[in-house]
Design a binder for this molecule. Structure first.
Ligand code: GAR
Length: 205
């Protein structure tokens, strides 16, 4: 196996998906191939980005019964080796995590363990940081385990909070200064590990 086949799960704008595609275009994802995007609702901008990037895209509504089962089937059908949650706003069950054999990583827009876990997603994370009055926030890429935002941290970067910040201005700065750099770097690191592990046990090919 030359590259790890990556599925990217998205729920909205897809700017982190875009960052992965841009990294691919610059040759900064040499051990990974973006093989599938799974959108958990129709009509989101991330679906258009997948199309523009020539990546297969499945729309599997999260609120419909059998969501995780359908995602697992898609991952199997596309022979996916690793999953990247890139602005995916659902929480995957322990059963799902047990059943998908490869690594799953997630980007979260705070310095975990602050402002994370159930209920902390999107702009809510930045509003909580502003309400608390912290002066520094950031983003974290971590492995996904059965505890929401609780898996081992892969990469983290701090971002200053500035006077007059709103949740929106802060979200934008965290994306630009941290998320869009960290996620491709972490995806490449994990993809390289997947490729190395396969090379060490070629019988599984
Ligand atoms: C990003 O800020 C991402 O870190 C966050 O949602 C946004 C999605 O933006 N994810 C979470 O809050 C997960 N708990 P995008 O769709 O433009 O990548």
């Amino acid at each position: 196996m030359l590259t790890a086949r990556i599925a990217v799960l998205v729920s909205g704008g897809g700017t982190n998906l875009q960052a992965l595609m841009d990294a691919r275009g610059r040759g900064e994802l040499p051990h990974g191939s973006l093989a599938l995007v799974i959108a958990d609702k129709p009509g989101i901008r991330a679906i258009e980005r997948a199309r523009e990037g020539d990546i297969a895209c499945a729309v599997i509504p999260r609120r419909e019964p059998g969501f995780e089962e359908k995602v697992l089937t898609a991952l199997r059908n596309y022979q996916i080796d690793m999953v990247v949650l890139a602005g995916f706003l659902g929480i995957l069950s322990a059963d799902f995590i047990r059943r998908f054999p490869g690594p799953i990583i997630n980007i979260h827009p705070s310095l975990i363990p602050a402002f994370c876990g159930k209920g902390f997603y999107g702009l809510k994370v930045h509003q909580a940081a502003l309400d608390y009055g912290v002066k520094v926030t950031g983003a974290t890429v971590h492995y996904v385990n059965e505890v929401p935002d609780g898996g081992k941290i892969l990469l983290q970067r701090a971002v200053d909070i500035l006077p007059g910040d709103t949740a929106e201005t802060l979200q934008r700065r965290v994306m630009e200064q941290a998320e869009w750099k960290l996620l491709p770097a972490a995806a490449e690191r994990v993809a390289a590990d997947v490729v190395a592990a396969r090379a060490a046990s070629p019988a599984k090919e």
